[in-house]
Design a protein around this ligand. Sequence first.
Ligand SMILES: C[S@@+](CC[C@H](N)C(=O)[O-])C[C@H]1O[C@@H](n2cnc3c(N)ncnc32)[C@H](O)[C@@H]1O
Length: 347
Amino acid sequence: MATALYGPDGFFVSGPGPAAHFRTSVHASPVFASCLLRLLSSLDAALGHPARLDVVDVGAGRGELLRSLSVAVGVSLADRVRLIAVEKAPRPEDLPAEIEWVDEIPQGVTGLLVATEWLDNVPLDLAVHTPEGWRYLQVNPATGEESTGDPLSAEDADWLAHWWPALPPDASIKKFASTGTAKTDANLLINGLGDRVELGRSRDEAWAEAIGKMARGIALAVDYGHLRGGRPVGGSLTGYRGGRQVAPVPDGSCDVTAHVAMDSVASAGERVARCAYTLVSQREGLRALGADGGRPPLSLASRDPAGYVRALAAASSVAELTDPAGLGGHWWLLQPVDVTLDPLMAR
Ligand SMILES: C[S@@+](CC[C@H](N)C(=O)[O-])C[C@H]1O[C@@H](n2cnc3c(N)ncnc32)[C@H](O)[C@@H]1O
């Protein structure tokens, strides 16, 4: 997965970039950036208006979010804000000069660290249950053919026992055998028999490392994911190419992604920050920051037809960002570091 996505010809580093293949909150509407700006402004006040206010975008794609922020940032912040894209892909030629482009999260971030749909692309291992216990799942990157590998390391076995305990070992095999068909549980058909899980330890470590780079501020991870009580049976690994869902063969031709175990990630970050996190849906997060998907009053249509059309377009883009069945169902994990601020009271 690491080679397929980030190797020399990797999907994310050599092609036109994520926006050419799928739509994230960042691409959906400038309202997303405006809400983050509102959060940044309250954070600035809570930090006492520091001389340098960092905005670090981890897994920045082609810099789409920071481009929006650089245009929208107001005069009160413009001379203090430092926009930093952290990306494995090379710097786009047309990126505005005020946006820095680095391949590692800098040490001592003071301000906002944001990671939209980064963690789901942090490579991870899958495990499959066999009569000999849990084993790593191997895949031939040329063909997608799968086989069973070594037993799990002690660390991965511990992670699994603690964070993905939903399926008792071989429960789904028994279910499958007793009915002769897996149709009784549609999820079992998604990724094999259901006795496969995604080991989220690498995401926990990536998030903990990011939090460890922060001096003071708030880290926000936005991603699709699940909690311990509702892990996807059979896992969530999938691929995307050109706007379509495809088989997740790690050959460099497609995105390979798996939903994020948000509670496990959150707890790993909290251990580093030593401060309670907030975990809400994107819908809740954006609404708290003032995104209002309400339609403009009809009376505006006759008074100011162009204004009405603009307001209607803004309302429908907010509706897309807050749709519980789509982007609105993504998780917002907000981790404060050495700052006292209720991030969602930030209006
Ligand atoms: C799904 S894209 C999201 C892009 C953007 N944040 C958005 O929401 O549209 C994930 C991006 O994270 C980058 N990425 C993944 N792991 C990274 C890492 N450890 N350091 C820097 N960039 C990384 C990938 O190259 C890719 O561009």
